[in-house]
Design a protein around this ligand. Structure first.
Ligand code: CDP
Length: 664
């Protein structure tokens, strides 16, 4: 689904049904962590780097826009993204860098900004503005940069004053690849040597990409941790293939493990040891998961091992999960769903860092598990999950159904992408029935194709269907456009389809009253209702269908039962393909979608409707209304269960709020 201006939009509310096994294979988006770093290191390299398989989520788009604002040139031909950079091109940006929801963008870019002369302001959305930046502010200050944020935890907006830096040795307090990366990136600009000593190994992608770009960098193991040293160095351009994101693969792997009779293969996933801890956890739980075709050293990607991951349904048992096994904790929401389906109580130890993710994920995970019927409790920084597996693992009814005790639910992810995807997996596991997930739009930050992939492997997901009917000038188009925008849904203007048929009839010299002639046309025509354009048989008719001739012809065309049959069938197919949407017309709530989630019938005083349709004579509007109301085939009528909304003298916002309140 697209918003029409480039940024991916996903529906805010999604309904996911369980009960069907999952199968087949898929590719998850390019690894988000590697994608951010490829763009940043590419921007620092002297020349043009090529990046294939870049993540298409909003977070990475933020980094892409930011490196462009810093002076790098970024081009995307749909397959390869080229980044032309170099020290002489980079400068402090003219305006703030908007990192959206992306903590990685903010923390890594702050490291680069520390090395650039001048002031860089980094801002984020409401959620990012609550995330602590003190962990990067402290080392960057120690290196000589000025870093200010709000309060003791240095919350965004962040102001970084860069300039002459000197090397330091830093031992991060929290295991964080982002802190390590910020310090290493600043170290590229610093006099002397910069060293990061991490007590726990975190994802090594900054080091991998810096090595690929020829930086003066050394990495050595140090017990459970690692020591990384970097010196100021000129970077060269590189060519990299971004492997699939293991933290996204985790949702499918867990889904295959917990949905009865499932088996899935996720192709081309990054398989470096710091990122595959979740597979070890699942194996310990008894899951049938495997890594295949791993290329140690991963010469093809240039950034480590790549493998296919397979997973199959089977009984799971509880385990103890330590934070050090999955340093970023990104896979905890998915693993928690596995724990919910396992036999026994799983303890996740040392999960405090989950409180400062895109939401307070520790509480969010507990909320989700309670909702799905697997009680969870938080003890200090630990999370305990009472699984429902065991007797019911073969299916509550003994026929391969859901794990005993899991139930469908309603959950608000509050915009946190990983919580929304974990909720979708829980819903798939909950057996026949449907769960409602609100706040789903956040998934666009990392995985815009998630719903498409869910359907591809056999899961059932739909979005809400809103039917908006009413006479001419009642405000249908404006209101449906606004509702679709607010809910992240696509919109279908069925009137445009009748108008397109009327236009084509006039164009071909068919009398609009010639029922068989127009019907044949309606059945054979290929109609794309847009947006952006209405197209019939390859001709763009977006404005041609709004002429007085079409206004006069359309009522007769729309009264033709055979035309209606042809168009209604396509309207239903449209909704099936889009999983739902906002559909406007005259008979949507009564005939086309009698089971819509919400039906609205808009009206307005006749004078106001005539005023809104200034381009059409008021007698014309009145005549059309009369014909629409009195025809035999699907006349304009309010469905018994439709909400009547009078738009006379009311603002669009007011009307939209009233309609949305019915969906909450
Ligand atoms: O522009 P206006 O809101 O007046 O009408 P429209 O939505 O563009 O629809 C044009 C005409 O198509 C209407 O007057 C109806 O005759 C017909 N129509 C219909 O019969 N059923 C629909 N679902 C949509 C439109």
């Amino acid at each position: 689904m697209s918003s029409g201006h480039g940024r991916p939009v996903l529906p805010e509310t999604v309904l996911v049904a369980g009960g069907a096994p999952l199968g087949g294979e898929l590719r998850v988006p390019g690894d988000k962590s590697i994608s951010h770093r490829a763009l940043i290191v590419g921007a620092l390299g002297e020349g043009t780097s090529l990046v294939r398989g870049l993540s298409d989520g909003d977070d990475v788009r933020r980094t892409r826009d930011a490196v462009a604002a810093l002076g790098a040139e970024v081009h995307d031909d749909g397959e390869v993204v080229t980044v032309t950079g170099g020290r002489s091109l980079l400068h402090a940006p003219l305006g703030p860098l908007d990192c959206g929801n992306s903590g990685t963008s903010m923390r890594l870019l702050a490291g680069v900004a520390a090395g650039l002369a001048g002031v860089t302001v980094l801002v984020g959305d409401a959620s990012l503005s609550t995330r602590p930046m003190d962990r990067i502010a402290a080392p960057l200050r120690a290196m000589g940069a000025g870093v200010t944020g709000s309060g003791a935890r240095c919350l965004p907006p962040l102001t970084v004053t860069g300039g002459s830096l000197h090397g330091i040795t830093w031992v991060p307090e929290v295991a964080s690849a982002q802190v390590k990366s910020a310090v290493l990136l600043a170290g590229l600009f610093a006099a002397g040597e910069t060293t990061v000593r991490e007590r726990v190994r975190t994802r090594p992608h900054t080091e991998e990409l810096l090595a690929l770009a020829g930086a003066d960098i050394e990495v050595a193991d140090d017990g459970d941790g690692r020591v990384v040293r970097v010196r100021a160095s000129a970077l060269r351009p590189f060519d990299v293939v971004v492997p699939g994101d293991p933290s996204q693969a985790a949702f499918w792997v867990v889904a295959a493990c917990v949905v009865p009779e499932s088996a899935l293969r996720v192709r081309g996933v990054y398989a470096g040891e710091t990122r595959t801890g979740f597979l070890s956890v699942l194996r310990r739980m008894g899951a049938r998961v495997g890594l295949h075709g791993g290329a140690p050293g991963g010469s093809r990607s240039g950034v480590g091992a790549v493998a296919d991951v397979t997973a199959q349904w089977g009984p799971l048992s509880a385990t103890v999960v330590h934070a050090s096994e999955i340093p970023s904790l990104d896979e905890v929401p998915a693993l928690a769903v596995a724990a919910a389906c396992a036999e026994g109580t799983t303890r996740f130890v040392g999960m405090g860092e989950l409180r400062v993710k895109e939401s307070d994920r520790l509480r969010a995970v507990a909320r989700l598990l309670d909702a799905v019927g697997a009680p969870a409790r938080i003890e200090g920084d630990d999370l305990l999950v009472e699984g429902v597996g065991g007797d019911g693992e073969e299916g509550g009814d003994g026929s391969g159904g859901s794990p005993k005790g899991l139930r469908h639910f309603r959950f608000d992810s509050q915009g946190d992408h990983r919580m929304a995807m974990a909720a979708a997996v829980a819903a798939l596991a909950a057996g026949p029935g449907e769960s409602r997930i609100d706040g789903f739009g956040g998934v666009a930050t990392s995985y815009p194709a998630f719903l498409t992939h869910l359907r591809h492997v056999g899961g059932h997901a739909r979005v809400q269907l809103v039917a908006i009917d009413g006479p001419a000038g009642s405000g249908k188009s404006t209101v449906s456009r606004a509702i679709a925008g607010r809910l992240g849904l696509d919109r279908l203007d069925t009137g445009a389809m009748y108008r397109a048929v009327a236009w084509a009839a006039l164009e071909r010299g068919i009398d609009p009253q010639d029922a068989p002639g127009v019907a044949e046309l309606a059945h054979s025509a290929v109609i794309d209702p847009g947006p952006p354009d209405v197209v019939i048989d390859g001709v763009v008719v977006t404005s041609a269908i709004r002429t007085p001739e079409v206004n006069r012809a359309v009522s007769a065309v729309a009264a033709n039962p055979s035309v209606r049959a042809a168009l209604v069938e396509r309207q239903r197919a449209w909704a099936a393909a889009h999983g739902g949407g906002v559909v406007e017309g005259r008979d949507i709530g009564t005939v086309v979608f009698p089971h819509a989630d919400l039906k609205v019938f808009l009206t307005a005083a006749p004078e106001e409707r005539a005023r809104r349709r200034r381009e059409e004579p008021s007698e014309g509007v009145a005549r059309r209304d009369e014909l629409d109301r009195t025809r035999t085939a699907s006349p304009l009528a309010q469905a018994a269960d439709a909400r009547l909304v009078d738009t006379t003298c009311r603002s669009v916002d007011e009307v939209v709020e009233e309609i949305l309140s019915c969906l909450r």
